[in-house]
Design a protein around this ligand. Structure first.
Ligand code: HEC
Length: 396
């Protein structure tokens, strides 16, 4: 992996914060001590520990890390003190000194306001069907203020007290999914408590709001590709049912741990006239069938062993790849389940520029191994630069 102990340490710390808070909530829920809102256990406090702030302030993250280590050591010392009567006073004094000497981080960096849904998890699995449902809902409920491209330039925007934010920017990734859910269903208020965005809890069901969040993420990825030529925030491939060699369908997400190559077939592939892609032991190849070909599927031979035959899948992948001509596009998903690279129709060999989701561009090129082909180079780079810090500062 990459030689960046600092980012790895931060990843670990942020993961620990997230998991311990989630675990605490689960225990409280199992004991029946918390209410349920919007389908899941509600976070009972007005504050939670923040991952996102620590990402921005490495110094505070370091302090928190050291303080947690001091806290753990103090607890161990106190434990020993309980067993060893004679040394008790000395041990207790050491524990107190340790805690006093710990570099406690600033409270307002570590603690941030929480909503009851802050730790809610999306049940949709980022499924293509959910994204497409979100697309319809967005057009019906949100487009007037947020605009068709979600950049905030809707027809009503200018008349609002606060301009809607650019949802195609990093905002959606900075927030925990549960906080986004709260904002969509309960609305947004400014610091003085005045409503800046209406809540849609009366119109939308919980699963509708999750679908909207899926759609906004997919659209945000497409917009960033359009504008910056990159997926500036990591995005997963929409989950879809894949059929391999006529077996029962399995979900695309079930290949997590292996690299995937997703190939958008064109009508001629589906008719078997274009030579199939060479098998590649480094990747599992999955073909997306275009909606028109899928209608004629009963007669056309399939382009490969594993195929996806769903109009929603085609539409959702088109959204993320920012194209209305998906046929011929190839996408690569890394072992952790992130979309990382794209090659455009008719492009030929893979190039370094095809890596669209880069998390650590600082890795010196000289340090990278020198693989034989373009795809090998991309794979080496993807593996050397794993995606970090996602969603509200927390790793997925
Ligand atoms: C009446 C106009 C209006 C409509 C309709 C509207 N929004 Fe908003 N939305 C806003 C404004 C204004 C903000 C910025 C609020 C702020 O930052 O105080 C916002 C903020 C947001 C945010 C960012 C919240 C955050 O965490 O900072 C999301 C996400 C969002 N809207 C989603 C939606 C979705 C989804 C819909 C449709 C169901 C929708 N909005 C409909 C005006 C609107």
């Amino acid at each position: 992996m990459s030689g960046l102990p600092e980012t790895d340490g931060l990843n670990l710390l942020i993961g620990l914060l997230q998991r311990s808070q989630l675990q605490l909530l689960r225990i409280l829920d199992a004991l029946g001590l918390v209410d349920h809102v919007h389908g899941q256990a509600a976070w009972p406090w007005a504050l939670r520990m923040s991952g996102e702030n620590l990402l921005l302030d490495l110094g505070q993250a370091r302090r928190l890390g050291l303080t947690l280590i001091a806290l753990a050591a103090a607890l161990c010392i106190l434990g020993v003190g309980l067993l060893w009567r004679r040394g008790r006073i000395g041990l207790m004094a050491t524990a107190v000194l340790l805690l006093a000497a710990a570099p406690w981080p600033e409270a307002n960096v570590v603690w941030v306001p929480a909503h009851p849904t802050s730790f809610h998890q999306s049940p949709t699995g980022f499924a293509a069907d959910s994204i497409e449902r979100g697309r319809e809902l967005y057009a019906a409920q949100c487009v007037g203020c947020h605009g068709a491209d979600s950049r905030g330039h809707g027809t009503l925007s200018a008349s609002l007290p606060v301009w809607p934010p650019n949802l195609a920017g990093p905002l959606l990734w900075r927030r925990a999914d549960g906080d986004l859910l709260w904002h969509v269903l309960e609305g947004v208020r400014d610091r003085r408590g005045a409503r800046t965005m209406p809540g849609f809890g009366g119109v939308l069901r919980d699963e509708d709001a999750w679908s909207l969040i899926d759609f906004m993420k997919a659209q945000g990825a497409g917009e960033s590709l359009r504008e910056a030529g990159l997926w500036t925030q990591p995005v997963a491939p929409p989950d879809v049912a894949v059929r391999c060699n006529g077996k029962a369908p399995r979900s695309l997400g079930s290949w997590r741990g292996q690299r995937l190559r997703i190939v958008a077939a064109d009508a001629s592939d589906a008719a078997g006239t274009v030579p199939a892609l060479r098998e590649d032991p480094r990747l599992v190849t999955v073909f997306l069938l275009p909606p028109t070909a899928s209608r004629a599927k009963s007669t056309a031979p399939l382009p490969g062993d594993c195929v996806v035959d769903s109009a929603a899948a085609w539409a959702a992948f088109s959204l993320i790849a920012a194209t209305d001509r998906l046929a011929g596009t190839q996408l690569i998903v890394d072992r952790s389940g992130w979309l990382r690279a794209r090659s455009q129709p008719g492009q030929g060999a893979w190039r370094d520029d095809d890596l669209l989701c880069r998390t650590d561009s600082a890795t010196p090129i000289a340090e990278r191994p020198e693989p034989a082909d373009g795809l090998g180079a991309l794979i080496a780079r993807m593996d050397a630069e794993p995606v970090r810090f996602v969603k509200g500062g927390f790793v997925h």
